[in-house]
Design a protein around this ligand. Sequence first.
Ligand code: ADP
Length: 410
Amino acid sequence: PKAEANGTAKPEDNGDKADEDEKEDKAAQSLLNKLIRSNLVNTTNQVEVLQRDPNSPLYSVKSFEELRLKPQLLQGVYAMGFNRPSKIQENALPMMLAEPPQNLIAQSQSGTGKTAAFVLAMLSHVDPSHKWPQCLCVSPTYELALQTGKVIEQMGQFYPEVKLAYAIRGNKLFVLDEADVMIATQGHQDQSIRIQRMLPKDCQMLLFSATFEDSVWKFAQRIVPDPNVIKLKREEETLDTIKQYFVLCNSKEEKFTALCNIYGAITIAQAMIFCHTRKTAGWLAGELSREGHQVALLSGEMMVEQRAAVIDRFRDGKEKVLVTTNVCARGIDVEQVSVVINFDLPVDKDGNPDNETYLHRIGRTGRFGKRGLAVNMVDSKHSMNILNRIQEHFNKKIERLDTDDLDEIE
Ligand code: ADP
């Protein structure tokens, strides 16, 4: 056993444990002091003040009236039996209540009025018309937190609009939101686990996540013991209701011409066009507007707010063509898009076919169900090879389209 018969840990055995005990003793001692004390400790010692700005006049007050407290608070102070500020309060209160607020470090032995001072500062600063937390007081133990809360309740007894909440044992419910985003940052993951460890075992724990890949699942199981699990599968995307074509070209200019021919031949309500680079996307968007199309451009260098605005406009039908790079394509469901053009085929960073992205671009969920049209622009042997591999992967025929003779397409 690590502990001796009398219950104290041997420091050489278990340093951490000893530290913990020490801390507990200090907190218990402090609490005891508070519980048994009903009066200020008498002190005749001089208060030493170091001002941030030594030239500013030093205010000290000899009465609570001088502080021009809210009447409800003054009433609370008097109801507690305080007649005048304690030694440390004489200097500390004017500083804490000053406008603009000033920071303060204060030291004085226990029983000299520190708690009462900061409680008065908190109650003075809080604006009950704002419905949000405004003061946070951190205490080393549960009992000390309760004790300070009691002072707040007493001093604020005539100020019931100010609400006090205890973030303590028994009151917690732990919710971890956006777990998949959370674990993308190592620091956040560790932090969550550390918090979770400090919570009591019977604390209710809830975890939410948009996706549930293995890493999220592992994390979730570490955080939430004996969970119920609810998963709503995302609707499978399928290529079943999509007509897939490819067009053979020799250059990006030829691809653009082919695109214009398609536009000339069929009525396209709205289309999304995917390019591999920002540069191509920008160029193509320019060319298309010159042809008289209403074009929206989405690319990676745009701020998230800008991207959202572009997508909103496109959804509203303000633009009929959306030219975009890979980065932006994920997660955009635009129901009315019936035509998707791969101006460049999707490849991963090693240049291999990116089947998953292909499915995301082209695929339809059962919900949208409508028939769709996908056209892939092929401009080299290399891209033909990629197209063939995509075709094999999905085992779905991608037919050749002759853009000089487009009768078949409608
Ligand atoms: P500390 O935080 O420094 O230990 P407290 O604020 O808890 O000191 O004050 C110690 C005791 O003195 C408490 O019982 C408190 O109610 C009382 N007290 C604090 N300020 C005053 C005051 N201005 N006049 C009279 N009693 C006071």
